[in-house]
Design a protein around this ligand. Structure first.
Ligand code: FE2
Ligand code: FE2
Ligand code: FE2
Length: 185
């Protein structure tokens, strides 16, 4: 999915005209909280699995799914999850990825470098490069809408790089080994 960056209330479109400002802000705050919970709970589920608590892992994944639903509902009301035709959704996703990798992340990288936050520099750089790859994948998909293709994708669980068909021996962005890739069917 295209990255959702903390763009704040500035990028609220359709809903802005009809919704009170405070409610709009609260929806955005609620969205951020729910999205954070979704990701945190998925990490908790992975830990539970590692520790052999399979049922607890399922519980975390179930609640993570629910928080994801809350996040999406809030985002829809904010006018930032408008679903159109698949072709238009691909175009929109391409535009989002391009803006993120050409505008937002370069700025975040400069600011993190200026503050000497090297871990943030690394994660921002990985994300910037991976978003560029996501944009490429969308662009290619727009060509013939992938009508002639049936294959899986493999996602690097370290940086988010998406490989088509086979996982590479080493991630081209973060150098993670093949075992860090997860298939998405
Ligand atoms: Fe992305
Ligand atoms: Fe929730
Ligand atoms: Fe990677």
């Amino acid at each position: 999915m295209a990255c959702i960056l903390p763009t704040g209330a500035k990028q609220i479109h359709e809903a802005e005209m009809t919704m009170d400002k405070k409610t709009n802000e609260n929806l955005y705050t609620a969205f951020v909280g729910e999205a954070k919970a979704h990701h945190r709970l998925l990490a908790f589920a992975r830990k539970a699995e590692e520790e052999g608590y399979d049922q607890v892992a399922k519980l975390f994944r179930a609640v993570a799914n629910a928080e994801g639903i809350h996040a999406e509902r809030h985002l829809r009301l904010l006018g930032e999850a408008v679903v159109r035709s698949t072709e238009r959704n691909l175009e929109y996703s391409f535009e989002q990825e391009t803006t993120v990798n050409q505008v937002y992340y370069p700025e975040f990288i400069r600011e993190a470098e200026a503050e000497g936050e090297s871990a943030a520099v690394v994660t921002f750089k990985h994300a910037r490069d991976v978003e560029e790859r996501h944009a490429e994948l969308y662009k290619r998909a727009l060509g013939a809408m992938l009508r002639e293709e049936t294959h899986d994708y493999h996602v690097c669980q370290v940086c988010g790089y998406v490989a088509e068909r086979e996982a590479p021996d080493e991630c081209p962005i973060c150098s993670a080994k093949r075992e860090h890739f997860r298939p998405v069917c």
